[in-house]
Design a protein around this ligand. Structure first.
Ligand code: GDP
Ligand code: ADP
Length: 228
């Protein structure tokens, strides 16, 4: 006998009320770019508009910029504390960027993923390579490019949070950073924030539908076929 029309809501693997429907593994969305291309801006917008993704808050030995909040933008730590975290395996990946140490706390990422949430990372190419080795299947790698070199410099200057020396240092590293674009799955030329955000959301939506992430799919399809 055919099952009642609503019975698929109780099929294994189907989460009632969830917009995506099927239970799935959380994914790890990485945003990398040369400094000033717009990672922080896009990350904030995405987090504000998508309640299924959590930011991975990195630890760093860099000094806070004006307005940056400890525990929200970064965990600002001493070099000694950073080394202790790194040496006790508390970091999922770590790298030196612009003479400062940066790393991703492991526990928060594992907790979010096991709760079925997605995690957003603003990390450089070195960290991305390390995540690729440990979590390739869960990783979605997006690289942002500035539309022009002039735009990049203007953005670094209008952010007005770094000294002239720091801006110069970041501009001179930009070409090296950009050379890693081939290691990424998606490229966004960040000319217009709204347009880039729409594209980033489209990437996320499509990646969430990848068959291999849908842990509830086999049970759902089995239930569906049994009912046919
Ligand atoms: N590998 C790695 N890179 C990080 C991490 N956190 C931040 N970064 C990168 O470090 C670089 C400098 O970051 P930041 O000092 O905030 O400067 P900004 O990119 O100009 O905003 C950027 O490329 C970040 O993506 C981390 O936990 N791991
Ligand atoms: N598409 C864009 N068009 C114009 N300005 C932008 C755009 N994206 C970001 N910005 C500005 O550029 C500066 C650097 O952006 P930010 O998000 O801090 O870059 P990143 O995190 O990659 O270093 C900020 O002042 C930001 O408001």
């Amino acid at each position: 006998m055919a099952a009642p029309a609503t019975s698929h809501f109780s099929l294994p693997g189907w989460k009632p009320g969830s917009r995506s429907g099927l239970a799935r593994r959380g994914l790890m969305l990485v945003l990398s770019s040369p400094s000033g291309a717009g990672k922080t801006t896009l990350s904030r917008r995405l987090l504000a508009e998508d309640d299924r993704i959590t930011m991975s808050v990195s630890v760093t030995t860099r000094a806070p910029r004006p307005g940056e909040v400890d525990g929200k933008d970064y965990f600002f730590v001493s070099k000694e504390r950073f080394e202790e975290l790194r040496d006790t395996g508390a970091l999922l990946e770590h790298a030196t960027v612009f003479s400062n140490l940066y790393g991703t706390p492991r526990q928060a990422v594992e907790d979010a993923l096991s709760a079925g949430r997605d995690v957003l990372f603003d990390i450089d190419w070195q960290g991305t390579q390390q995540l690729d080795q440990s979590a390739e299947q869960d990783l979605v790698k997006v690289f942002l490019l500035p539309p022009t070199a002039e735009d990049l410099e203007k953005r670094l200057r209008t952010r007005a949070q770094d000294t002239d020396d720091v801006v110069r240092q970041r501009m001179s590293k930009a070409s090296d950073e950009i050379s890693h674009f081939t290691e990424y799955d998606y490229i966004l030329i960040n000319q217009d924030v709204e347009d880039s955000l729409a594209k980033l959301k489209a990437i996320l939506q499509a990646e969430r539908l990848k068959r291999r992430r849908l842990t509830g799919l086999a049970g759902f399809v089995k239930g569906l076929r049994d009912a046919l």
